[in-house]
Design a protein around this ligand. Structure first.
Ligand SMILES: C[S@@+](CC[C@H](N)C(=O)[O-])C[C@H]1O[C@@H](n2cnc3c(N)ncnc32)[C@H](O)[C@@H]1O
Length: 375
């Protein structure tokens, strides 16, 4: 596994080894950024010992690890984030207080004095974080939101101003900035769901729901739409996996083709899995919050279908998909099918042929390609 260099931080004189999970072979990618360091610099001047702190979008556990002495609450949105926390707290012999790792959908169990938010790529998700935070923030509580300047958008400020009277932007430090938010507004209970009408192949429409921050809010993704236009179950396909399932639209299309088929949905995002539970009828459907397929028996699926991820946060990253492809090879029965759609420029054919006996392009348009792979 690729190991990132350890760092010594001036403020609290700790030296921790922080490793990226999932691992990457790209040596330029780190497990923290200047935005994380800027947060620690600012906190070094604050008395935190009697304050309740919650941390959002700490993808590799850098902030949770450095702040371990004050036992922050950590909101865990991704299974990969949970695994990174376990790895990084474990390898530094820090306590893993998993009762303090919370879903972004539950009310925070304590009154919060300080929220630290690493602003995510999805600003809808930023909004969901601020909604959960302000619901439990003390009236004189504060939020510090950290981001790299290149990802700044005016919408960040607009969202922050929905929740706080006072929004102050810091000067840049190593190309990172903070928004400091104070004087929370009396925002009532918010519905953190988008509703989108989806038209299926037979022309019927269903209204899909998805929590803020789940892939493809507002409309069905074009690649997914293209996949669904070409997806027909073969007669013997009885046990099916929707890998990287998002709001569950692919699984739902399969369920509509063959009601009662055994369906498994897997997604790294807790919000995605919770959304898909709102969109599928429960009969013979199994939801898994996970970032890989290790939990499944080998050679147990007839069909795996996917519109796989090629981003990790702000990074374009196909390593996650490459690993998933190898795992699909493990869980498919001999002769089983893997059907996936991808942007053409990713050139997945090269990667798929390493795992599967045959790989065929079954459809393509200017932008997307659908592959059928047989194990
Ligand atoms: C391109 S979206 C497809 C979502 C949905 N199937 C659709 O078509 O609308 C990719 C999904 O992969 C999920 N994802 C990212 N990394 C993952 C991983 N390691 N394992 C499972 N899901 C992952 C993301 O959360 C996202 O929901």
């Amino acid at each position: 596994m690729e190991r990132c260099r350890s760092m010594k931080h001036r403020a609290n004189d700790q030296k921790l080894t922080i490793t990226r999970y999932p691992a990457t072979s790209n040596r330029s990618l780190q497990a923290w950024s200047a935005a994380d360091e800027l947060v620690l610099n600012v906190l070094a001047n604050q008395e935190l010992s009697r304050r309740t702190v919650v941390v959002y979008d700490d993808r590799f556990g850098f902030l949770t690890a450095y702040l371990h002495t004050i036992e922050p609450l950590t909101v865990v949105t991704y299974k990969s984030q949970q695994k990174a926390l376990e790895l990084n707290l474990g390898q530094n012999a820090l306590p893993r207080v998993s009762e303090r790792w919370l879903s972004p959908l539950v009310a925070l169990p304590e009154t919060i004095d300080l929220g630290i938010v690493r602003v995510p790529k999805s600003l809808d998700l930023f909004k969901l974080y601020l909604a959960q935070l302000t619901a439990s923030l003390a009236p004189d509580g504060q939020a510090i939101c950290a981001f790299m300047t290149r990802y700044f958008s005016a919408q960040m400020i607009a969202i922050a101003e929905e929740f706080f009277e006072h929004v102050e932007q810091s000067l840049a430090w190593k190309k990172a900035r903070l928004l400091t938010l104070t004087r929370k507004k009396p925002v009532g209970q918010l519905e953190l769901l988008n509703a989108l009408p989806l038209t299926f192949q037979d022309g019927s429409v269903e209204v899909f729901k998805q929590y803020y921050g789940v892939f493809s809010a507002g409309n069905i993704d074009y690649a997914t739409q293209f996949l669904l236009e070409h997806l027909a179950l073969a007669p013997g396909e009885r046990r099916v996996l929707d890998l990287a399932s998002g709001n569950g639209v692919i699984a739902r299309a399969i369920q509509r083709q063959r009601p009662g088929v055994e369906l498994h949905l897997v997604d790294d995002s807790r919000l995605a899995v919770e959304s898909s539970k709102l969109n599928l009828t429960a009969e013979n459907v199994h939801f898994h919050w996970d970032d890989g397929l290790e939990q499944f028996e080998r050679e147990s699926f007839d069909l795996v279908v996917s519109n796989p991820p090629f981003h990790f946060g702000h990074e374009t990253n196909i390593e996650v998909s490459q690993k998933l492809f190898r795992q699909v090879g493990d869980v498919l029965k001999a002769g089983g099918r893997f059907v996936c759609v991808a942007n053409k420029h990713l050139n997945y054919m090269t990667h798929l042929t390493r795992t599967f006996r045959t790989v065929k392009t079954v459809a393509e348009n200017e932008k997307y390609v659908i592959y059928t792979c047989v194990r």
